[in-house]
Design a protein around this ligand. Structure first.
Ligand code: GCU
Length: 349
């Protein structure tokens, strides 16, 4: 399978490179540099909306030089394929889950730890703190890519076709799809379910054909990806807040003139801002649609037993990757500052 993926990636690279070489010179776009950005979400997703804003912004400033093209829905391959394509420069940017990046750099293991953040506020503050993110985002430069901004992907929870999850014991014997990362596989092992790693695009069919009993993700997966058509129980165990990361090819970023780079940097900030605004609205709409149109039951449960089982993972990861400890400690400071999402007046952020 791995060999097949490598061949596929090589083929995709070759096709993209040849269209890139021949594709920057016809009609009104003659002479413009085509900038390709790939992601795996549908066109109604906040990530796509934010990237279209990026396209509009950069083209409004530098439209005579760059033609930005956004490719949604795994059109350029799975996230793993797209990271490899970005690494080689066959495409310029892609959005990858932090989980997938763990297989490219150990540093990304940090943000995959279950129950790392005490609240969304602590999560946002940590991801907005360059003292935490810069060293990690820059750590893949030698490998040919770097992270240019992070994207909110909410909170991950378990959802199942027919067995409601109220406690870790309910996961026993269930095959649960996880993202392809060692941390996620280990988390599932500890919680007692059977981890089934696979790419995002394969999950719907695997659920429908009962190859798996459930999966774990944010609420958007129920609606935007249709998983709520098959899975009728969504349990708020809140095990991870895993960001998505927009990564870019280093040669492309480093070779552009400084004034162009400044516009791209403003564009990256815009991606983060727009996506976060859209995210809050999109999750509300997804919950409403899942409950009312798809008949999904949302289960609010005691998260403590899940958290307790996963807690040894923190010291295990830090033991394995001691360089991550200062960033972990800084996150703990934000956890103390924002222990919950409850704000004055009692509403949730
Ligand atoms: C979320 C996340 C994606 C990721 C997906 C997954 O949708 O935003 O980046 O690919 O989860 O579970 O694979």
């Amino acid at each position: 399978m791995k060999k097949f993926q490598k061949v596929l990636t090589a083929l995709l690279s070759a096709v993209l490179l040849s269209t890139m070489l021949s594709g920057c010179g016809s009609g009104a776009d003659a002479g413009k540099r085509i900038v390709r950005i790939g992601h795996n979400q549908a066109t109604d997703h906040p990530t796509h909306i934010a990237l279209l804003e990026f396209e509009a912004y950069v083209e409004s400033k530098l439209g005579d030089k760059y033609n930005i093209e956004v490719y949604p829905s795994e059109l350029l391959g799975s996230q793993t394929d797209m990271v490899q394509l970005t690494q080689t420069g066959a495409i310029d940017f892609c959005v990858a889950s932090n989980s997938i990046l763990e297989t490219f750099s150990d540093n990304y293991t940090l943000f995959n730890m279950p129950y790392l953040f005490a609240s969304s506020r602590a999560y946002h503050a940590s991801m907005d703190d360059p003292n935490i993110t810069d060293p990690i985002f820059e750590s893949t430069k030698k490998a040919g890519f770097e992270a240019v901004t992070w994207i909110d992907a909410g909170t991950r929870n378990f959802y199942t076709v027919s067995t409601p999850i109220y406690s870790p014991a309910d996961l026993k014997g269930l095959k649960i799809r996880v993202q392809q990362s060692p941390t996620n596989v280990e988390m599932m092992r500890l919680l007692g379910g059977s981890a089934t790693p696979m790419g995002f695009g394969e999950v719907y069919t695997a659920l429908q054909s009962k190859i798996i009993d459930g999966a774990e993700n944010n609420e958007m997966a129920l609606t935007s990806n249709g998983h709520g058509d098959v899975c009728k129980y969504y349990s708020y165990d809140m095990h991870q807040m895993i960001p998505d990361i927009l990564i870019g090819n280093c040669a492309f970023l480093d070779d552009m003139p400084a004034e162009d780079r400044a516009v791209f940097e403003e564009g990256f900030l815009l991606v983060n801002q727009v996506e976060r605004e859209e995210w809050t609205k999109a999750v509300e709409a997804a919950k409403e649609k899942a409950a009312n149109d798809q008949g999904v039951e949302f289960i609010y449960l005691d998260t403590a037993p899940f958290q307790e089982i996963c807690s040894p993972m923190h010291e295990n990861v830090l033991g394995q990757y001691p360089d991550l400890r200062p960033f972990y400690e800084k996150i703990q400071e934000y956890n103390q500052l924002y222990p919950t999402d409850a704000v004055e007046g009692g509403s949730e952020e």
